[in-house]
Design a protein around this ligand. Structure first.
Ligand code: GDP
Ligand code: ZN
Length: 456
């Protein structure tokens, strides 16, 4: 590990809070901290063993700034793996900035974005995918997202990538031994065995890549369009989902004219809902703009909640909507089931496999709706510890590895030499090592941490 400077930053959010923390990390962290911090007791900060908290005060040249608690961590037992001192002050912005200035004047450099986590990575405290998971954890909006980030931080993704790469490394070792010492008594590896190992790697990578979309759903949410004829209960459903009144509910068809948006969490599925104008042909100019918006929304949505009125027979528009949703991620929501039924339910459910009956007004059927949504999105396959590709960088690396494995397979099928197969395998391995950060260039590492905020 190369000699690092000592850096410092405010690690808590900028704003007024109960406490705010200045984190100092690096070889001189404790000496720097001791220059601004005077303990109340006899124990000196520089001499304190790791995991000690000292009560005292922070000072700058102008005098006392604040009461503070200094927490001491000794390398390598700290977040960064270096000596770390954390000064917990009162959380006012003025106090924190003044304390940080004092710390910088005492010899620390300002920390760059994500610098603490980057140092932790460089010191082998956590892998690249785990470092990225720390960031995802901070950004997580929903329970599922937090759980999957947590399991990535604990190494689930790393382990899954390792499992694929382990097979490839073994194969590469075999091949290079065979290429380098073809006449020796190295157990011969057959083309069939190579092919089988490559296909295992390909399946592993395909499985990994398929987790990406799922990951996006739980992190960012899925664009969801609530569509249907006017007056079937779209706005009522939206309000029920959102848990509060957002859209205008009226008996007059065509009152929802623009697109009302809201984000709701449905048992882990984050839906970015859009309640749209009722789909119908209209002569009203304002309404027709709304209908056009609704249609566009419908075309691009990642999930469609198609609402129908159970107390009405299906209209031509209903049927056209249903036909247009075939093969798309959609749930048919048969609403107003508190009223006598006149809809042809079978006709709907034959065409849209996920059909649920609800009464938005009475708040009934939401559990079934939530289950159907989770199933359509594939989230029911997720358990808490699932390893998901979390970002574009990870996806691109996995894709490069998959392409290289595919090429290895076709090179083998075309019976080129094992050398040529080996070259492709090496390429796949390189992509996976970059994915985990075990062998990532400085540029890649810098880019990952540049996305962090200062103080993390
Ligand atoms: P939208 O035009 O599709 O957005 O429909 P709204 O949500 O504005 O609802 C139209 C009318 O249907 C309102 O009078 C609602 O109170 C009523 N409505 C909505 N859901 C239900 C339901 O589950 N049962 C009954 N009986 N009426 C409902
Ligand atoms: Zn409406």
């Amino acid at each position: 590990m190369k000699q690092q400077s000592t850096v410092a930053a405010i690690s808590t959010p900028l704003g007024v809070g109960g406490i705010g923390i200045i984190r100092i990390s690096g070889p001189d962290a404790l000496t720097v901290a001791a220059r601004v911090f005077r303990p109340v007791g006899a124990r000196r900060l520089e001499d304190a063993p790791g995991y000690t908290a000292l009560l005292g005060r922070v000072f700058d040249a102008a005098g006392e700034i604040d009461d503070a608690i200094a927490t001491v961590f000794r390398a390598p037992r700290s977040y960064t793996g270096e000596d770390v001192a954390e000064l917990s002050c009162h959380g006012g912005l003025y106090l924190l900035r003044r304390t940080l200035r004092a710390v910088l004047a005492a010899g620390a450099q300002p920390a760059g974005p994500g610098e603490f986590t980057k140092r932790a990575f460089l010191n082998g405290k956590l892998g690249l995918t785990q470092a990225e998971a720390v960031m995802d954890l901070i950004a997580a909006q929903g329970d599922q997202a937090a759980r999957s980030a947590l399991s990535a931080r604990d190494g689930a993704l790393f382990a899954r990538i390792r499992a694929v790469n382990g097979g490839l490394l073994e194969l590469a070792a075999h091949l290079s031994a065979w290429v380098d010492y073809p006449d020796d008594e190295i157990p011969e590896i057959t083309g069939e065995e190579i092919g089988a190992a490559l296909r295992r790697a390909r399946d592993g990578l395909a499985g990994l890549l398929s987790t990406y979309d799922l990951g996006r759903v739980i992190r960012e949410g899925v664009e969801t369009a609530i569509v249907g004829r006017p007056n079937v209960g779209k706005s009522t459903l939206m309000n029920l989902l959102a848990g509060y009144q957002r859209s205008i509910v009226t008996d007059i068809p065509g009152t929802t004219r623009d697109v009302v948006e809201d984000t709701v969490n449905l048992d882990g599925a984050i839906l970015r809902l859009a309640d749209t104008a009722g789909l119908r042909d209209t002569d009203d100019e304002v309404e027709s703009v709304g209908v056009a918006l609704a249609r566009r929304r419908l075309e691009t949505a990642g999930l469609v909640l198609a609402v129908f009125d159970s107390s009405d027979p299906l209209t031509g528009e209903d049927r056209a909507l249903i036909e247009s949703l075939r093969g798309r991620p959609a749930v048919a929501v048969i609403n107003k089931t508190d009223l006598p039924r006149r809809i042809d339910l079978a006709w709907v459910s034959e065409r849209i496999p996920h059909t649920v009956q609800v009464s938005a007004k009475a708040g009934q059927g939401m559990r079934e709706l939530s289950a159907a949504v989770n199933e359509v999105l594939g989230l029911h396959r997720l358990d808490g510890g699932a390893a998901l590709l979390a970002n574009e960088r990870q996806r691109l690396c996995a894709q490069r590895a998959a392409a290289a494995v595919d090429e290895a397979i076709s090179t083998l099928d075309d019976s080129f030499t094992f050398d040529a197969v080996g070259v492709c395998i090496d390429e796949a391995i390189a992509a996976l090592l970059e994915l985990t950060g075990e062998r990532a260039s400085e540029a890649v590492v810098n880019e990952v941490f540049a996305r962090f905020c200062v103080g993390k």
